[in-house]
Design a binder for this molecule. Structure first.
Ligand code: ZN
Ligand code: ZN
Length: 229
């Protein structure tokens, strides 16, 4: 692990072939990308998807395209490492101010990864779809019952669809065999179809009606869509 410390802040996972910014240039870049409010030091540069500040600490040649690409690192982590040295392996920096774009080292606390996750659960007030959570039970995980029910239902539908696709594929691959088998006893299969229809009459008719209705609405909507676009 020593080579990481030798290579400077924020350079985890860089390789000897990479070009990395000098510490002086890195500090200059960071100073030009921050703005202080009352207590937090906010990152005004690029941000990651969840909202953490990001900084380009160097460049590397992409093995796929052969072109040079930036090495992006989390800004708060780079700032912390500039002051304290490399963050020990497996440790996280927790924003005690809960402001993701803050890079004030006084608002960062070194915690283990499970502790960081636990704090996230404790602080969460709403799920990502905006349903409010109840009070936090220590040691517990945040689960949204509303979203969970939707996901379970969606998983069940996916499961049904996968089964249907599998049997369709089987029928397509073994068409001749199935045909031959049916030809062995035609009267049995004729009766089988009749029985199936009698048993599932309502669902079959409903399916046909739904399909015709869907076709009709698709037809009637087509010209309207052209107008709007
Ligand atoms: Zn802060
Ligand atoms: Zn929810």
């Amino acid at each position: 692990m020593r080579w990481i410390e030798e290579r400077g802040p924020g350079l985890h996972g860089t390789f000897p072939t990479d070009e990395v910014r000098s510490q002086q240039s890195l500090v200059g870049l960071i100073l030009s990308r921050i703005s202080a409010n009352d207590a937090c030091i906010l990152w005004t540069g690029g941000k990651s998807k969840p909202g953490y500040g990001t900084v380009i600490v160097g460049r590397r040649v992409s093995p796929k395209t052969g072109r040079k690409r930036g090495i992006t690192r989390l800004a708060h982590r780079v700032v912390w490492e500039l002051l304290h040295g490399a963050l020990p392996h497996g440790r996280c920096l927790d924003h005690t101010c809960t402001n993701k774009s803050c890079v004030n080292v006084l608002h960062l606390e070194v915690v283990s990864s499970p502790e960081n996750v636990r704090r996230g659960h404790e602080r969460a007030t709403h799920c990502k779809n905006g349903h409010p959570y109840g009070p936090y039970i220590p040691g517990g995980k945040r689960v949204c019952p509303e979203c969970k029910a939707v996901n379970v239902a969606a998983g069940y539908v996916r499961h049904l669809e996968a089964n249907r696709t599998r049997s369709r594929e089987y029928a397509r691959a073994n068409r001749e065999r199935i045909k031959a088998k049916r030809a062995e006893s035609p009267e049995f299969w004729r009766q089988y179809s009749r029985d199936y229809y009698q048993k599932n009459r309502e669902s079959i008719l409903a399916k046909i009606a739904a399909r015709t209705a869907a076709k009709k609405t698709a037809k009637s909507q087509r010209p309207q869509q052209q107008e709007t676009t």
